[in-house]
Each structure stands twice: as C-alpha cells, then as structure tokens.
Design a protein around this ligand. Structure first.
Ligand code: 13P
Length: 251
C-alpha cells in the first residue's frame, strides 16, 4: 500500500519570503517517512523552492495543453518541468469555474503533463447545488471518466483529487460516509478507465482539511491522502496534519 500523500496547493499565495515555510515543511518531511509531502506553489517560486528543498515533491497548479507557443500569460508542462516540478494539478474547481475548463480541456492538460514527463493530479468535485439535487456521484464520476486520459501508461503517474466545491475554503466537510461513498465511486470509474492499474491510483480528499480533522478524513476507506489549500501555507499547520495522521516515531 502506498504512503499517504499530502499535497499543499498554495493557490495564488506565496512570495520569496514563503520559501522559509517550504524549507521547514521539507525538514519536517524527513522526520515523517511514512507520509509523502508535496507543495504546489505559484509557478514563480518552483525554481527557487527546488534549490532549497530535498525531500518533498514540487508541482504546478495548472498547465496549457500545448508545449510552447503564442499563449500570453500561460505556462506549459514542459516549462514547469524545466523549473523543477515533478507534477502538475489540473482541473481544480477554481479553474473549472473561473476559466470554464471542460472535462475535455482538463483531459488534454493531463495528457500534456504526462507527455512532458510529469505526474498529474486531476481534480474533480460537485457543487453544493449538484449534491443537494442528488447528482453528486453522477457528476463526479462523469468528470473522472471525461478528465482522465486513456492509455496503459497513465495510471502509474496519475493521482485523483476529490474536492467538493462547497467544502473548499469554507470549513465545511462532507460526512465520512459521503467521502467513502464518493471515493468508492471514483475507484470504480478508475477501474473502468485505467483497467486493473486503476486499483493503485491514489485518491486524495480536498476541502477544508486541517490538523483537527485530518486523522478522521485520512482514515476513511479509499482516502489515499489530502489536497490541502489554506492549511498548507504554514509549516506549523502542515506539520499538524502530518502529526495527526502519522505521529513522529510511530510504527
Ligand atoms: P482549502 O483546504 O483551503 O479548503 O482548499 C482546498 C483546495 O482547494 C486544495 O486544492
């Protein structure tokens, strides 16, 4: 079984001064060998962060579908890799809603990431209205089926992140039963899309993960880690999450 994977998504936060937090998170990672830690800072910090961390993975928060070209303001997977990234997050709900990214676009971005030699974290999640209408599982499994690229070589470099939109930055989290039911539905869809290799793809939970709720959420069936926003910005809260799920020195 793979280790729990805790990925910090810094979103549009992080200046050079924040490198000290990254360094502290990296030092902590060495003390918690039973957890895998990663950060996705703003793209401008990846290269500098690469120079000061040793243990944690670094990634981008989005990439363009093309490798290079006349796309002002965009960034490609190849550029992220060149800056020192190992992975990229695609299909975050903030991009699906603000930039109207479709499953097709997210799938093309995931494929671009894989083509560039990166791993990819594909995000999915329902809105509150979709959950209230009883459509959450249908919406999320359709997102998985539409956003994950086909191919034998995809699963080993794929991570899924289930982030209910209504739980992001709100302090609200789904019930454990709802988390487990959704993660099971995502697993079934991954087995259809990726074949048997889909059984090894990690499925992260994201949305208001904090030190106080991390042990419970990460103890849920089929939850292979967490995609953390606000609580990933300081080493103190990242360490709190890691300590909650894998106390230092525990066997
Ligand atoms: P919060 O942890 O701030 O709710 O954000 C979750 C998220 O969107 C991570 O990608």
């Amino acid at each position: 079984m793979s280790l729990p994977y805790i990925v910090g998504n810094w979103k549009m936060n992080g200046l050079r001064a924040s490198l000290a937090e990254a360094r502290a998170i990296d030092r902590a990672a060495a003390r918690y060998p039973k957890v895998e830690l990663a950060l996705a800072p703003p793209a401008t910090l990846i290269s500098r962060m690469r120079d000061v961390v040793q243990t944690i993975d670094l990634g981008g928060q989005d990439c363009h579908v093309e490798e290079s070209g006349a796309f002002t303001g965009d960034i490609s997977a190849a550029i992220l890799k060149d800056a020192g990234a190992e992975f990229v997050i695609v299909g975050h709900s903030e991009r699906r809603s603000t930039y109207r990214e479709s499953d097709e676009t997210v799938c093309a971005k995931a494929q671009a990431a894989l083509d560039a030699g990166l791993s990819v974290i594909v995000c999915v999640g329902e809105t509150e209205a979709q959950r209230d209408a009883g459509d959450a599982e249908a919406v999320v499994t359709a997102q998985v089926a539409g956003s994950v690229p086909q191919g034998d070589d995809v699963a080993p470099r794929l991570t899924l992140a289930y982030e209910p939109v209504w739980a992001i930055g709100t302090g609200r989290v789904p019930s454990l039963d709802d988390v487990e039911a959704m993660h099971r539905a995502i697993r079934e869809t991954l087995l259809k899309v990726c074949g048997d290799a889909g059984s090894n793809v990690r499925i992260l939970y994201g949305g208001s993960v904090k030190p106080e709720n991390a042990a419970e959420l990460l103890g849920a069936d089929e939850v292979g880690g967490a995609l953390v926003g606000g609580a990933s910005l300081t080493a103190e809260s990242v360490i709190g999450i890691v300590e909650a799920i894998s106390p230092a020195g525990s066997e």
